[in-house]
Structures are given as C-alpha cells and as structure tokens.
Design a binder for this molecule. Structure first.
Ligand SMILES: *[C@@H]1O[C@H](CO)[C@@H](O)[C@H](O)[C@H]1NC(C)=O
Ligand SMILES: *[C@@H]1O[C@H](CO)[C@@H](O)[C@H](O)[C@H]1NC(C)=O
Ligand SMILES: *[C@@H]1O[C@H](CO)[C@@H](O)[C@H](O)[C@H]1NC(C)=O
Ligand SMILES: *[C@@H]1O[C@H](CO)[C@@H](O)[C@H](O)[C@H]1NC(C)=O
Ligand SMILES: *[C@@H]1O[C@H](CO)[C@@H](O)[C@H](O)[C@H]1NC(C)=O
Ligand SMILES: *[C@@H]1O[C@H](CO)[C@@H](O)[C@H](O)[C@H]1NC(C)=O
Ligand SMILES: *[C@@H]1O[C@H](CO)[C@@H](O)[C@H](O)[C@H]1NC(C)=O
Ligand SMILES: *[C@@H]1O[C@H](CO)[C@@H](O)[C@H](O)[C@H]1NC(C)=O
Ligand SMILES: *[C@@H]1O[C@H](CO)[C@@H](O)[C@H](O)[C@H]1NC(C)=O
Ligand SMILES: *[C@@H]1O[C@H](CO)[C@@H](O)[C@H](O)[C@H]1NC(C)=O
Ligand SMILES: *[C@@H]1O[C@H](CO)[C@@H](O)[C@H](O)[C@H]1NC(C)=O
Length: 850
C-alpha cells in the first residue's frame, strides 16, 4: 500500500520587514560595506538608520519632485512595523511618475520596491493595480489586495546610463503609491544571467530549512537580498552545520547562514516540489531557477549522498554530490519556457546512503530590455510626435529635454494638452502653439525656463566617446553610421557601400538635429536578409491583411514571431512608419501584442511581432475547422483581458493611443487563450491608407465595427474604440458577425436590440454555448455591450469602467463555473498570486512505503 500526502505550502512573502524580526547578529567583526546602497523611505520627512539592519535610509525629495506624502492609517501601525512602511508617497496626478536614481553606468544592481497600502488615503480600497516600469521597460504590475501586507517587487539589472528611472504608471485602477525603494550594487560576476540586455525579475528566493524561521538579509547577506525561510513538506526536516559555508565568489553566492541549513526528507530518498506558474507570468516567455547545494553533515567513510534532479520527469542534472564547506549551485543558463507548473524531483541514486538535500532556491523571469533608456545628454523632443495625428495629451514634463520645441507640435489636430514643464528647452515657443493656445484649443504648460536665445544644439562630443573604451567608441560610431546610412539610403533610394562611413559621419549632426526620426534602437532593427532567415524564406503564411501577408518566424533564440511584410511605401510613409514604430516599441502590456522589432531595408518594410499561437478570436467565433468551441468563461476572460489592453492604450500610454480598428480579428490568443490586442497605433501609415477595407482615405476601420459618429465627424477619440469593443462583446455573446448582409437587422446592434426586448436570453445567445453560462453574467455583459454601442459617445463608458464591469461578470461566472473551460487555470486563490508576493510551492513527498 502506498500512502502519499501532498502538501501545498504557500510562501508568504510578507514575512519580511517589520512582521518578522530580522536576525541580526551583533558581529564582533566588521559588518559588510553598505557602500553604494541606495535606501529610500518614500514619503518620509527625515533620514535615519534602520534600527534592525543599521542601513541608513533617506527621504525621497532628492529623487522625485512629484506626488504627495502620507502616513499610513494608525490602525495599521504596529510597534514592530518597519519605519519604511509607515509612510508612502502617492501619485494622484499624472499617468507616469518616476524616481530618477543616479547610479554607476554598467554596474549591476538589485532593485527592490515595496508597497504597503495601510489605507493611507482613508479610502479603504480593496484592490489597487498599477504598473511598474524600469526605465522604458514594463517591469511588473503591482496588485495590492491587502492593506496590511508589504508587497515587494525585485529585479536585477545592469545600469545602461548614469541614472535609472523607476516609474509608477497609473492604469486607471487606483492611485499608484510606493513605500520604499532600495538599490544594492552587485558584483558584476554574480548572476551572469543578468546582463546589459537582460533584466531578471524575482519570482521567489527561499532559504530551505531554517533553525530560527527568520528571514535572512543584511548583514548576513552583503547584497541585502531577502531570503524567506521555507520548510517544505511536513515530511521534510532541517539539517544543519555549525561550520561556515564559503562562496567561490563566482556566478552565484548565498549567505553562509542560508547555506548552513538544508531540507531533507525524513524517511524517503525522494524530494519532490512543484513550482506553479500563474496567469501573469505566462506572459513572460521564460524563467530561470537556481538551486543551491552544500553538504551540511560530515560524512564518514562509507556514507555518501548522491542524487539526480529531474524536471517534469526529465533528468535535468546528475548524478551529483554536493560539496562540503562551499556553496555550489545548479542552474540552466537557457531559460525554461512556461508550462503551468514544473515538478522538480530530487532522487537519491542507488549508490547513495543518504537522502537528497536542498539548501536554497531562487527563481527569476528574464526580461529582455526592449529599449535603451532615454539618454540624459541627448534628449531632444522627437519630431516623431508630430506625426501622431490622434494625440490628445502630450506630457513630456520633467524629462530634462533639450533643444527646441518642434513647430509641428502646434499643428496636431487633436492635441488638447501639451505639457513641457521641467525641461531645458531653448528657443522661442513656435507660433503654431501660441495661436492654438490663444484660440483656447490647447492647454500649454511650461515653466518659462525656456531660453529665448537659441543655442547650437549639442553634438556628439568626442571627449565623451573617448572616455568609453576605444572598442565601444568604434562600435558606437559604426552603429550610428549604419543607422544614418540606412535612413539616408531610404530617403535617396541609393547609397554605395564604399561611402557608408562617410555618409554616416557627415550626417551625424543632422541626426542630432530633428530632421529625421531618432536612430532605431539596436536589436529592434532587422535587415531584409535577416527577415528572410527568420521566416525561413517566407515559408509559412499565417495571415493576410490589407498591407500584405503575415508570416510565421523563429528568432535565433527560438522565440516564435509573426512577421508582417509589405513593400513600397511612399518616402513620406516610411518616415511616418519609422516615427510610429519608435513609439510603439515602447508600449508594453500583457494584453497587447508586443512589437519586437522591425525592418526597413530598401524597398522592404516589415514588423516583427510576438507570435500568438492560437490565432484570432474571430477564427474561434466563426467556428474555424479544428478549433474547439469557446466556453462562456473563456469568452468572458478574453473580453476582460482585451479590455485591459485597450484601457492601457487609452490611459496607460502617454500620449494615449486610440486603436481605431478594434475587431475580433485583432484580438489574438496565446497558448493559454490569453487575449492580446494586435495592430494598434499603426493604422494610419502602415495599414490605414492602403488598407483594402477603408472606404475613404481618412476613415480607418472595418465595416460593422466603426463608430457611426466617427463616420460622420471623423473625430478621433477613445470612445470610437469603446464602440468597436461593444460590437466585439455582442459577437462574443451571439456568435454572429457584426454585419450579416441582406438580412433585415443587418447590423449586430439592431439585431440584438430587437431581440432584447423580449427578455429571453435564448433569443440571442450563441447556441453553441448550450445553456452553459450564468444568466446574470450574460445580462451584465449585454448591458455593457449596449452601453458601449450607444450612439452618443459621451454616454458610452470608458474602457476603465468596462474593465471593472467585465471583472464583475467574470466573478459571477466563476462562482457559477461548471463550464468546460479551455483555460486550464483555475481562479483559485491558492494558485493565483499577488504578483511576486506569495508563491505556491508544494512539497510532494512520494510513496513512503516501498
Ligand atoms: C507623519 O507623521 C510624522 C510623525 O510621526 C509627522 O512628523 C509627519 O508630518 C506626518 N506626515 C504626514 C504627511 O502627515
Ligand atoms: C545577455 O545574455 C543573453 C543570454 O545569455 C545573451 O543572449 C545576450 O547576448 C547577453 N547580452 C549581452 C549584452 O551580453
Ligand atoms: C552547533 O553548536 C551548538 C552550540 O555550539 C551545539 O549545541 C550543536 O550540537 C552544534 N551542532 C552541530 C551539528 O555541530
Ligand atoms: C560503515 O562501515 C563500517 C565498517 O566498515 C560498518 O560497521 C558500518 O555499519 C558501515 N556504515 C554504514 C552506514 O554502512
Ligand atoms: C506535476 O505533478 C502533479 C502531481 O503531483 C501533476 O498533477 C502534474 O501534472 C505534474 N505536472 C507536470 C508538468 O508534469
Ligand atoms: C524517484 O524515485 C521514486 C522512488 O523513490 C520513483 O517512484 C520515481 O519514479 C523516481 N523519479 C524519477 C524521475 O526517476
Ligand atoms: C570542511 O571543513 C572542516 C573544518 O574545517 C574540515 O574538517 C572538513 O574536512 C572540510 N570538508 C571538506 C570536504 O573539505
Ligand atoms: C556506484 O558506485 C560504484 C563504486 O563507487 C560505481 O562503480 C558505480 O558506477 C556507481 N553507480 C552509480 C549508479 O552511480
Ligand atoms: C536635469 O537637469 C538638472 C540641471 O541640469 C540636473 O540637476 C538634474 O540632475 C537633471 N535630471 C536628470 C534626470 O538628468
Ligand atoms: C548618451 O549620449 C552620449 C553623448 O551623446 C554618449 O556618449 C553616450 O554613450 C550615450 N549613452 C547611451 C546609453 O547611449
Ligand atoms: C490581484 O490579486 C488578487 C488576489 O491575489 C487576484 O484575485 C486578482 O485577480 C489580481 N488582479 C489582477 C488584475 O491580476
């Protein structure tokens, strides 16, 4: 008989700071240096050394000049609460607020942000969601559901310039705030998997086996990492050594305190634990795990410990015997791709007299740095903005921008607010802006620091380049030359190879001025031959659009992509295309299809997008052969996620982006049916003007989805997306196309309205659902859809409201849940997690009697 017991152990990451007492040994010897530590108590009004760690914390006024400081509500103050958590800085104004931290260029840092709500605003918010960005890269979404818990997000990154921006982005789900911001310089040799192009985002870090059950951090860990005690399964026990465990000082290091304790099974030769990945991480395309080992027992002559490590039943590493007295580690430099979960099994070999052990473990998600940071020394206002005809609000405040204000900004038809405060701009305010302001069409905010004497625009200064090593200087020159040559060649249609360098050099001043769009960031630019290679010579067509075909592709690192190719844009089109691409590459959200890169080579233009393996929502709704039917829960979840993506375009992006072509074929599905919005931001140049389904040159959109008001007024605002999204909701409910030509109620809104009057769901619901839905949730969605498609734009909800409503519908449906969802993940609280805060690791202890 076998008896197996499975135990799910939630690791509560809030057991740090304040709540658990930090074990600080009063060492006789010197404490590790805290040189280079940056420890900011956001919202505090004085500096102090932390009483437990002695690390000095400073107030945040030198790093940010926005936001309001608050003390948390007194009911959350406990005597043991760390001072950092007792106050916050909150950002009621502005979509994006950034801490700008001076750092050492090329230095590797651990960055830790902490958020404890503590009802500081006395609003008793039950849930707050906002995004965290590291420089221009989306880092993580902060999801706060418990006011008494400090939520902590951590990353390891290499500084690209001499400052780093940590930004809080309001996504319309509550006011962003922050309690503490800590940066710890790391030796550049450790965490080799983090480098200039790859940031690591912490998933968890545990100290397996602990004698005290205290977290370990500084001074035990000279890098002040926080190690959470983990006791695994009940059938495991802690073993330990009193001898110090040393580090090789290479690749990975763990504090001796952590390595001196280990977990081992009480009476089996197997350790099995599971790491479960939850919805948001599925959007991250890989993860990395590090297991730490050191023998803690002194083994006599004939005793031995040897084991194999399996992941999901495949041998990962072994046979292996951990060394004594030193920290050893096992990791795979090639990231693992996400399944729902990974089962780690550590099995003793037949030769081993002792069971396996584990001392510590870390898991990270790699984040590809999608862009270089804004360069503090060459920040001019990109003329690219002037081609974003739909921009309503442009907030470039506090960016230390230099140069002049482009004249074109005043000619943007939809621009209502232009904020240039807090920059070092020179030259006069363009007439176009003054005129628009005088007519009351524009709110223009700036702080008259603007110097009326135009000064020459800063050029690349040779001394600066010399300071970098000679090699990188040459590389930089070659790069700039290449980029400029490419731009120039596109404009002139020809450049001989021999003249490449010279063209580049001549042209670099122009690049610094604002004639052409900024040079494309490295890594996003593909050559045409590269595109040919990536798509295996355009082997597989996965879609067609007005602009041409979409091909399946595979990058060298194995990541699958979708490549959209078109040829021959007008020179004007190329310029606008480049300008828009520059901006889109910066837009990241888990419910938006990422633009990974692009190609602008000769006559070829291509966009390289993240690949969405399950195709479009439309294919599912149309019942494409081979696709399973979508359950109501799946439809709801897809709607909820797509709405979040749109909401982000509207409210999370600055300037906000109006999609203008929302439709079910632009909602794409990932492996787990996660929904992402595609084709945003490029409708005008890349798709729009050439799109086959455009009735007039200026109207962009697809019949059936286009807001009737937009048709008549050509006014672009976010409400046109809300209308189109309402049509998508109706499609999800009815399974019907937006327009069925020839029928009496040709348009889906007419068709539904007529049937709604009778109050019978069966009259309009998609028959394929076969009654498998919660009627309340269907009524709620119908209500949202009808409000989205009302004629008057002002009566339509915002996407933020739609998100909230859909979430409630989804909750109604999950309560009801009996449908066979294709989406395997349950909305089970033990499985979903507060974004890096608590993690479910289960200790599974196999059959004990064999
Ligand atoms: C927070 O409380 C401290 C005293 O503990 C006080 O000095 C400070 O002014 C308060 N801050 C705010 C923003 O109320
Ligand atoms: C960073 O590491 C990744 C993976 O090892 C590698 O592909 C990439 O080239 C590295 N980047 C740099 C700048 O070294
Ligand atoms: C470690 O040291 C303590 C006290 O010094 C002692 O009681 C204990 O037996 C030692 N443990 C081991 C495994 O050596
Ligand atoms: C180790 O060997 C000794 C004698 O060689 C024996 O008495 C002892 O039982 C052995 N121990 C184990 C664990 O096999
Ligand atoms: C991991 O183990 C659990 C049971 O312990 C099993 O249900 C699950 O399918 C396994 N997952 C994988 C990917 O092997
Ligand atoms: C590990 O050992 C257990 C028994 O100790 C066995 O049932 C299991 O199949 C082994 N796992 C692997 C991956 O070999
Ligand atoms: C570990 O250190 C102890 C004490 O210094 C020593 O007795 C032992 O032999 C060392 N073990 C190994 C494997 O080096
Ligand atoms: C077991 O140990 C013996 C002697 O050390 C060795 O020859 C053999 O290969 C080992 N077997 C395994 C499975 O490691
Ligand atoms: C902006 O410029 C001012 C003055 O030139 C400087 O003190 C400040 O550090 C700069 N800020 C950034 C983020 O570069
Ligand atoms: C920023 O610009 C300066 C001078 O223009 C250059 O030397 C430096 O390398 C640039 N930094 C980055 C990260 O591109
Ligand atoms: C935020 O966290 C809560 C609780 O863990 C979870 O129920 C909710 O789905 C999360 N919200 C988002 C948008 O992921």
């Amino acid at each position: 008989m076998s008896c197996s017991s499975r135990l799910e152990m939630a690791i509560w990451f809030f057991a740090f700071l304040g709540i658990s007492v930090v074990a600080v040994h009063v060492h006789g010897q010197q404490l590790p240096s805290t040189e280079g530590y940056i420890s900011i108590d956001c919202g505090s009004n004085y500096n102090y050394p932390d009483p437990t760690t002695q690390i000095p914390y400073v107030l945040d006024d030198q790093y940010i000049d926005r936001g309001v400081s608050y003390n948390i509500s007194s009911s959350y103050l406990t005597p043991s609460l760390a001072k950092q958590l007792t106050d916050v800085r909150s950002f009621p104004d502005g979509a994006r607020n950034c801490y700008t931290i001076p750092v050492l260029q090329n230095q590797k840092y651990l960055i830790r942000t902490t958020f404890m709500y503590g009802n500081y605003d006395h609003l008793n918010s039950a849930m707050l969601l906002f995004d965290l960005h590291l420089d221009v890269n989306y880092w993580q979404t902060v999801n706060i559901t418990d006011a008494s818990v400090p939520y902590r997000l951590e990353a390891i990154t290499v500084a690209m310039t001499d400052f780093m921006s940590i930004c809080l982005v309001n996504t319309g789900h509550g006011t962003p705030f922050i309690s503490a911001l800590e940066m710890r310089p790391l030796k550049n040799t450790i965490y080799p998997i983090a480098n200039a192009t790859r940031t690591l985002i912490l998933y968890f870090r545990v100290d397996a086996g602990s004698l005290t059950n205290n977290i370990v951090r500084y001074p035990d860990d000279p890098y002040d990492r926080i190690w959470i005690p983990w006791s695994g399964s009940q059938s495991w026990m802690t073993i330990y050594t009193n001898l110090t465990v040393r580090n090789y000082g290479k690749d990975f290091e763990a504090p001796s305190t952590v390595m001196q304790t280990a977990l081992t099974p009480v009476n089996s030769n197997q350790m099995q634990f599971r790491i479960s990945y939850i919805s948001w991480e599925a959007n991250v395309n890989a993860f990395l795990t590090v297991l730490y080992f050191s023998e803690v027992l002194s083994l006599s002559g004939n005793s031995s410990r040897e084991f194999n490590i399996y992941i999901n039943d495949y041998l990962w590493y072994g046979p292996y015997s951990p060394p004594a007295n030193v920290t050893d580690w096992i990791y795979d430099p090639v990231p693992k791709y996400p399944y729902d979960q990974y089962n780690y099994t550590i099995n003793a070999t037949s030769n081993s007299t002792l069971p396996p052990l584990l001392n510590a473990m870390e898991a990270y998600f790699p984040m590809q740095k999608k862009d270089i940071t804004t360069n503090s020394s060459d920040g001019a206002i990109s003329t690219a903005f002037a081609s974003l005809m739909a921009i309503e609000i442009l907030d470039l405040s506090n960016n230390n921008l230099t140069g002049t204000i482009p004249d074109d900004l005043g000619n943007l038809p939809s621009l209502r607010v232009l904020n240039l405060k807090g920059n070092n701009l020179i030259g006069p305010v363009p007439d176009s802006i003054n005129q628009k302001e005088n007519k009351g069409q524009l709110t223009f905010i700036f702080d008259h620091k603007i110097n009326p004497q135009p000064k020459p625009v800063r050029k690349i200064s040779t001394p600066v380049i010399v300071v970098i090593s000679a090699v990188s200087a040459i590389l930089l020159l070659v790069l700039v030359a290449l980029c400029v040559w490419r731009l120039k060649r596109n404009r002139q249609g020809f450049a001989s190879n021999k003249s490449t360098r010279r063209h580049g050099e001549e042209h670099s001043t122009e690049l610094q001025n604002h004639e052409s769009p900024p040079a494309p960031p490295e890594g996003h630019l593909f050559t045409y031959p590269q595109i040919v290679k990536v798509t295996n010579n355009f082997l597989t067509v996965i879609g067609k659009g007005g602009f041409g075909n979409v091909y399946h592709g595979c990058l060298e690192n194995g990541i699958q992509v979708a490549v959209k190719l078109r040829s021959q844009l007008s020179p004007q089109g190329v310029r606008e295309f480049l300008a828009e691409v520059q901006n889109l590459i910066r837009v990241h959200h888990r419910n938006l299809v990422s633009l990974i890169g692009y190609c602008n080579d000769g006559n070829y233009l291509a966009l390289v997008y993240e690949y969405m393996p399950r195709g479009s929502l439309q294919e599912y709704l149309k019942g494409k052969v081979g696709l399973p039917r979508l359950a109501w829960t799946d439809r709801l979840r897809i709607a909820y996620q797509a709405a979040q993506g749109l909401d982000y375009l509207h409210r999370g992006c600055s300037p906000s982006i109006v999609h203008r072509d929302v439709k079910s074929s632009n909602i794409l599905l990932g492996q787990k049916l996660e929904a992402k919005i595609a084709d945003f931001g490029l409708s005008k140049t890349f798709l729009g003007e050439y799109d086959t389904h455009v009735s007039t040159r200026r109207v962009v959109g697809t019949p059936g989805y286009v807001d009737p008001l937009y048709h008549s007024t050509l006014q672009i605002n976010t409400k046109i997306d809300v209308y189109s999204f309402g049509v998508v909701l109706l499609e999800l409910i009815t399974g019907r196309s937006p327009i069925v030509p020839g029928s009496e109620d040709a348009h889906i809104t007419q068709w539904v309205s007529r049937r709604l009057q009778r109050g019978n769901i069966d009259d309009f619901i998609d028959g394929r659902l076969q009654g498998d839905y919660d009627a309340n949730s269907v009524w709620k969605v119908i209500d949202i859809a009808m409000r989205c498609t009302t004629q008057s734009g002002s009566q339509r909800p915002t996407m933020a409201e739609v998100v909230i409503q859909l979430k409630e519908s989804l909750e109604l449906e999950t309560a009801h849940d009996k449908s066979e969802s294709l989406y395997n993940q349950r909305l089970d609280t033990s499985q979903t997690s507060a974004f890096g805060i608590e993690r479910v690791i289960s200790g599974d202890f196999g059959p004990s009697a064999r």
